[in-house]
Design a protein around this ligand. Structure first.
Ligand SMILES: Cc1cc2nc3c(=O)[nH]c(=O)nc-3n(C[C@H](O)[C@H](O)[C@H](O)COP(=O)(O)O)c2cc1C
Length: 660
């Protein structure tokens, strides 16, 4: 169809019904000014063009960049490096070639705001969140010229709306910016827009909010919701229809939270509730700034070398107690060395170094998976002649154009242990088959999934918990491995990830100060009963199944344990890919292997006797003729992903300098 064939009435016929024909003509006669044509502004323009608005005044000085692709209506390969005004004008004219457009390709500044708003029936805010000075100037002119102004902000996966109408509360009166520095103004803007802060509780990576750099995360869903909500306000205001909410009342809809909230803050940010909210926000901000000044668990940038990127992802491999028994040496573009160590000198669960060697296996497998993303195959060679406690692996990365990214790759960082109760819904046959296949040839999986099997396991784990918590040699391990007061621990396990309720957690924290306290609780207060019930028994039943990964032969050598660790990591990542949660239950296996190999792990005879009893029982209820082959045991099922979790030491703390 050529421009000449365009017919306004036909193009907008499907609006009729929700608007009358005469209202459509009114919309056609209106001019809307939109400053900013990025995520929200671009969608505003296209939505209002499809509503049939006849004239626009548009401003943006920017060009489209790759970082705009996730959300901005005009951003695409074909528009990279092109001016946003040019691209969006083309798109809008492609919908309605009769549009009357005034363009400000240099953007708006103090000198042209009056010009920009001249003749506008309504101003729609499309400015970047951080462009506060320009925004204040625009709303100021709107107040002076009696132009209704609408701002719809994309927050998380939702929208927060404020309307400022002639004669009503002004933007400045609502936000109370005057006299405050930029950081405070940004906080005031955020809290003023969304007094309900619906988006606050699902920001999964707070480090993505970088106020000082004027950067923050944003989604296309939010931008589209903004366009829908703002478009409706434009319609109502321009047609004088329906109830229009105006500041100090606002509206926030959050699609993620399934919630719609109408807010009312008389006095805007002066309101006592807002002041309180601002106080809390300031405290949170200063806390997050101090945390961020410590090197975080965040990933290295894409600017680093490919091997560094691979290792940076591989450090997310799981290790017993989050010990991360590895250090890296990058020798050149295609070679690295993994220096392993174990924790036998201080950890009763690692007396033969097997847990650490399994962990090294999970690391190597993660390296291999991460390498495929870069079209490379990783080859590992364990060095001979190394001390048993310090295994070393040479890694060679071979470029191979035939290598496809491993489908487990995206789940490397996602995978995490979940120690809380899981759904008892059985695994599907398909899920079980995929999990069984994931471990590779020679390994196989034993399942314990009926209620009776889970109950027997839960009872065993409960008794095993008794052994763990009364074992004097384990006290120091438990004490040093739990980090209190944090959701994310870099080199330990955060207490909140252990799975205890807050009261029991407080009791444990008190007890963990000294072995005397633990001993006192154990002897006189039945101290271990509640934690054992919560951590071992309840969770032992609340899962779809327990599992044991069996190796082709009883694991003894470093190679045996490393290949078992590789199988474990594939199994765990496959579970994550299937949307399942997993928790290792390694201590019964560890005690079993100590008993089998006559390793004296305790000076306490009672503990040794209990361990012997449990070892026999474990064989009886799992795989009597094969239990020596067991390399990994755990429970699995559907459930929410853990929010409190172990994170990792930053890559630069794990990298050793190359020896010359
Ligand atoms: C060899 C090995 C043994 C583990 N044993 C246990 C265990 O017995 N109980 C448990 O809750 N978690 C266990 N874990 C899980 C680790 O504590 C966890 O992987 C580590 O803290 C890192 O946390 P993430 O998996 O959430 O990233 C084990 C992990 C590995 C690799």
């Amino acid at each position: 169809m050529s421009t000449g064939q365009f017919d306004y009435t036909a193009a907008y016929a499907r609006n009729i019904g929700w608007v009358t024909s005469s209202e459509q003509s009114i919309l056609r006669s209106k001019r809307v000014a939109i400053a900013g044509l990025g995520g929200v502004g671009g969608s505003h323009l296209l939505t209002l063009t499809r509503l049939g608005i006849g004239a626009f005044t548009l401003a943006d000085f920017d060009i489209f960049e790759i970082a705009n692709f996730n959300r901005q209506a005009g951003a695409a390969l074909s528009t990279l490096d092109r001016k946003k005004t040019d691209v969006l004008v083309e798109r809008a004219l492609d919908i309605n070639p009769e549009l009357d457009l005034k363009i400000f390709p240099e953007g708006i500044d103090r000198h042209n705001t009056d010009d920009f708003l001249a003749g506008a029936d309504l101003y729609l805010d499309g400015l970047d969140f951080f462009a506060l000075q320009a925004r204040r100037a625009m709303f100021d002119v709107c107040t002076r010229l009696d132009i209704p102004a609408v701002t719809a902000a994309p927050l998380g996966m939702g929208v927060a709306l404020l309307n400022f109408l002639p004669g009503g509360m002004s933007f400045e009166d609502y936000f109370q910016f005057e006299g405050h520095n930029e950081e405070e103004q940004l906080l005031r803007f955020l809290l003023g827009l969304s007094p309900a802060m619906l988006q606050g509780n699902y920001l999964v990576d707070p480090t993505a909010v970088r106020l000082a750099e004027h950067k923050g995360p944003s989604t296309s869903m939010a931008c589209e919701l903004c366009a829908g909500v703002a478009g409706t306000q434009v319609l109502k205001i321009l047609l004088g229809r329906g109830k229009v909410i105006t500041a100090p009342r606002g509206l926030q809809f959050d699609a993620y939270r399934n919630r719609l909230v109408q807010t009312w803050r008389p006095g805007g940010n002066q309101n006592p509730m807002q002041r309180l909210g601002l106080m809390v926000a300031r405290r949170r901000l200063s806390q997050s700034l101090t945390t961020k000044s410590i090197p975080t668990h965040e990933s290295a940038g894409t600017g680093t070398s490919v091997i560094h990127q691979i290792l940076d992802l591989a450090r997310w491999a799981p290790s017993g107690d989050n010990s991360q028994p590895w250090r890296f040496e990058v020798t050149d573009d295609l070679h690295a060395v993994i220096h392993g160590h174990d924790t036998r000198d201080h950890c009763v669960y690692d007396l033969r170094g097997h847990a650490s060697q399994l962990s090294l296996g999970t690391l190597l497998e993660t390296i291999a998976i991460a390498a495929t993303r870069h079209g490379m195959q990783a080859h590992f060679q364990s060095r001979t002649g190394q001390a048993d406690t310090h295994p070393v692996f040479d890694v060679e990365f071979e470029k191979n154009p035939d290598i496809k990214p491993d489908p487990l790759f995206p789940y490397i960082r996602q995978r995490t242990v979940q120690r809380r109760p899981l759904a008892t819904r059985p695994l599907t046959t398909r899920a079980r088959k995929q999990l069984e296949a994931s471990t590779g040839s020679g390994f196989h999986v034993v399942w314990m999934e009926t209620f009776r099997e889970r109950f027997r396991m839960a009872r065993l784990l409960f008794q095993n918990g008794g052994l763990r918590l009364t074992l004097p040699e384990a006290f120091e391990t438990h004490r040093s491995v739990i980090q209190w007061d944090t959701d994310l621990s870099e080199d330990r396990i955060p207490a909140k990830a252990v799975g205890l309720d807050p009261m029991t957690m407080h009791l444990m924290r008190w007890a963990m100060v000294s072995w005397r306290r633990v001993d006192f609780l154990n002897r006189f207060m039945g101290g271990t009963l509640i934690p054992r019930f919560e951590l071992d028994f309840l969770t032992g039943i609340a899962c779809a199944s327990h599992f044991i990964i069996m190796a082709p032969r009883p694991p003894e050598t470093l190679d045996d344990l490393v290949s078992a660790g590789r199988a474990v990591q594939r199994f765990w990542l496959t579970a994550t890919r299937l949307g399942l949660q997993l928790q290792p239950e390694m201590t019964p296996l560890i005690f079993h292997s100590y008993i089998r190999n006559k390793v004296d792990f305790s000076s306490n005879q009672h503990s040794l006797n209990l361990a012997r009893k449990l070892a026999t029982r474990l064989g009886e209820i799992t795989a009597p003729e094969k239990i020596e082959h067991a390399v990994f045991m755990g429970r699995i099922g559907s459930g929410a992903t853990a929010t409190a979790r172990s994170v990792r030491k930053p890559l630069d703390q794990l990298i050793l300098q190359t020896r010359t």
